[in-house]
Ligand binder design. Structure first.
Ligand code: HEC
Length: 166
């Protein structure tokens, strides 16, 4: 009995964290298959999402492809990454170069800026990659989807964490 009560309390606590951290407009909605559209995350001090969004660790190789592919992250439309010059020679300069980024900011801060940079830099030209607020469903009546999945966000972070100055 006691164990049961503890379980209920911890579930309630987890649910509290879950809903409070999503951005406004990111209502807790389920995709038609019943899976949640967004994994809930917890923002610490308005600066950082320290906990990964996916159970599987990010894959830096996949992350590099997502960063470089215009139809995926499309990050190089605005950012420069010298290590990806062969994969994507056409790189933009409207955002800061991401070379050495892992030496400048923490993994948690990186995660928050990719999830929703508007929380840190309101009005940023950079898209929020993990929100459904204001996103139209691809098919009428379908569920809206974030630009990148939780696993893709972790793959991108795993790649960016390899870009240090050392
Ligand atoms: C449309 C342009 C654009 C795209 C696309 C874009 N960004 Fe950005 N990004 C910016 C700008 C501009 C900033 C600087 C903050 C600001 O002024 O808005 C920024 C800031 C950042 C920062 C913080 C850099 C620092 O030095 O603190 C990171 C990390 C970042 N972007 C990663 C990414 C990743 C990863 C992608 C792709 C998944 C991406 N960006 C796509 C424009 C863009």
């Amino acid at each position: 009995m006691k164990r049961c009560a503890t379980l209920i309390v911890s579930l309630a606590a987890a649910a509290g964290v879950a809903t409070s951290a999503l951005s406004e407009g990111d209502a807790v909605a389920d995709a038609p298959q019943g899976a949640p559209i967004l994994i809930a995350y917890d923002i610490v001090d308005g600066q950082s999402i320290p906990t990964p969004l996916s159970d599987l660790p990010g894959d830096p190789m996949r992350g590099a492809s997502i960063v470089a592919a215009p139809e995926k992250g499309g990050c190089l439309a605005c950012h420069r990454v010298a290590a990806l010059i062969d994969q994507q020679p056409d790189q933009g300069v409207s955002g800061p170069a991401l070379d050495g980024i892992a030496s400048r900011i923490s993994e948690g801060s990186l995660r928050l800026q990719i999830v929703n940079i508007g929380i840190v830099t309101p009005g940023s030209a950079m898209p929020a990659y993990y929100t459904i607020a204001g996103v139209e469903p691809l098919t009428p009546g379908g569920a809206p989807e974030p630009l990148l999945s939780a696993q893709e966000i972790e793959d991108v972070i795993a790649y960016l964490m390899t870009l240090d100055d050392g």
